[in-house]
Design a protein around this ligand. Structure first.
Ligand code: F0G
Length: 486
């Protein structure tokens, strides 16, 4: 599917929604702090509340919008998939994120992703057959879940006439921005990455797709702070997940999970936590579906940190920080960040996508954890890589950060928090090819390579390694190897 950037043939059934969505009084930006609750037009470019500094949501006047009364509406759209907006796995659900008029909408065919049962991985996790599902977001055009949110932010950027868009990234957000810029040619992409902190698979995407790539001395947390300043001062549109439109697009990951489950709500959603955009948007998706009467219960949410980047685990699990209906005392978070500064502690994990110590969406994630009766766990590098090897052996390879969800599910089953018979969905956020170094080092016979890449990070064994067999270039040796191992 090629790029679709404007509505020329507007199907009649869309007209009502689109006309309404174009009225900005029905969709607006709103401060998530209930004590503030300030609202702003969707035409404004904001990444925090100008009144109190908190994060912003996109909210809708659902009572005045033509909201579907059943999920069938979305199924019928699939029958019209020659229309790019019905084909897009994001815009198919436009009625549930109606902030943009149709003429502003961009799609490159994102969201054609897969939910599949994996008994192999399920067995490893400790689940009964048929209960563990993997939502494979690596199938998106840029190879990660980011495309779901990027096109929503990108569409908003287009709606307000932006010509340049920027992000800080551990690699996937930047790859996604770069793809949307390259395919649509609507904007110049400017990406900020921490020096040496991005896997080659992701860096190669940004370079290939022609984004202006600014490598700064520092890590993601530094890059994030800097891009906010630069974007603000230079008037560049920011597409990180502090952008509330990003998270609207990411809600559709949950809509597609439900769609694949015949609109039945699973018991658990398990997701890796980095900047905490996904978890935040999942919570919002379920809160809205329940409000609209489309579901009658929400699943529980498990957010999994890497132990080397475990701010949420530390604050939520260990220090008891809660959203408290929006009355949270966030002082523990400030103290924790001061501690990190004092101890000069930096995020450090092989799961480079989630190597983040200052998650920008912390408050929203706390809210999502409240909505979904959530839990937070941390997993070690060893647990991540073993889980990743199991996912790979099941055929849907993922990058290390994604495997944190599977490692976390396994931990929660062992603890008895997740039941062996529960219906569980682990989100595989990024494609296996994003970070081949960790994979090759795990499976290698070269002890030095193993030690350099993994041993130095505390990984001591590769229990599920599939080692290459070295033979001379001779028929009999090769035949013997096949007899022995084939
Ligand atoms: N998994 C992958 C593959 C990611 O790339 C990210 C985040 C996450 C999980 C964490 O998701 O931030 O919503 O909690 N990557 C960002 C980036 C930070 O720049 O690509 P989150």
């Amino acid at each position: 599917m090629g790029v679709f950037v404007a509505a020329r043939h507007q199907p009649e059934s869309e007209i009502a929604t689109v006309a309404v969505a174009a009225r900005t009084d029905l969709a607006f930006q709103q401060c998530i702090d209930p004590a503030c609750g300030a609202t702003f037009s969707v035409d404004e470019v904001l990444t925090s509340c100008p009144s109190c500094g908190n994060l912003l949501d996109i909210t809708y006047d659902w009572d005045r919008l033509p909201v579907p009364t059943s999920f069938e509406v979305f199924e019928r759209k699939w029958m019209r998939r020659s229309d790019p907006l019905a084909f897009s796995g994001v815009w198919r659900f436009h009625d549930l994120l109606p902030f943009a008029p149709r003429e502003a909408v961009v799609t490159i065919g994102e969201g054609q992703t897969l939910l599949s049962v994996s008994d192999g991985v399920g067995g490893y996790v400790g689940m009964k057959p048929g209960r563990l599902h993997l939502q494979y977001e690596g199938l998106n055009p840029s190879g990660s879940f980011k495309d779901n949110g990027m096109l929503a932010a990108f569409s908003h950027a287009r709606m307000i006439g932006a010509r340049r868009a920027a992000c800080a990234s551990t690699g996937n957000t930047s790859a996604s921005l770069a793809v949307y810029c390259a395919v649509t040619r609507l904007m110049r992409g400017i990406i900020f990455i921490g020096s040496g902190k991005i896997s080659y698979g992701k860096l190669s995407q940004a370079l290939d797709y022609g984004a202006l790539t600014i490598q700064i001395a520092g890590d993601f947390d530094d890059a994030m702070a800097r891009v906010k300043e630069v974007a603000g001062k230079l008037g560049i549109y920011l597409v990180n997940s502090v952008n509330p439109f990003r998270l609207e697009g990411q809600k559709t990951i949950m809509f597609r999970v439900l769609e694949s489950l015949g609109w039945e709500v699973p018991d658990w959603i398990v997701v890796p936590g980095g900047n905490l955009g996904n978890s935040s948007s999942f919570g919002k998706a379920f809160a809205e579906l329940r409000h609209l009467g489309l579901i009658d219960r929400v699943p529980r949410l498990a957010v999994i940190n890497a132990a080397g980047a475990n701010t949420l685990y530390e604050l939520y699990h260990n220090r008891g920080l809660r959203w408290e209906g929006g009355r949270a005392d966030l002082a523990p978070a400030c103290h924790y960040y001061d501690e990190l500064d004092r101890e000069q502690k930096r995020a450090d994990t092989l799961a480079s996508a989630i190597e983040i110590n200052r998650p920008v969406n912390l408050n929203k994630c706390l809210r999502a954890l409240e909505v979904c009766d959530g839990v937070v766990r941390e997993v070690s590098e060893q647990e991540i890589l073993d889980a990743k090897a199991q996912v790979g052996a099941g055929g849907l390879g993922c990058e290390p950060a994604s495997a944190a969800s599977v490692a976390g599910a396994r931990k929660l089953v062992a603890e008895g928090v997740i039941g062996r018979d529960d219906r569980v969905v682990c989100i595989l956020t990024g494609h296996q090819l994003k970070d081949p170094n960790a994979t090759v080092a795990y499976h290698t016979t070269d002890q030095k390579l193993f030690n350099d890449v993994l041993g130095s990070r505390g990984v001591s064994r590769a229990s599920f390694a599939n080692r290459a067999v070295s033979v001379g270039n001779r028929f009999d040796e090769i035949a013997q190897a096949i007899e022995l191992y084939g």
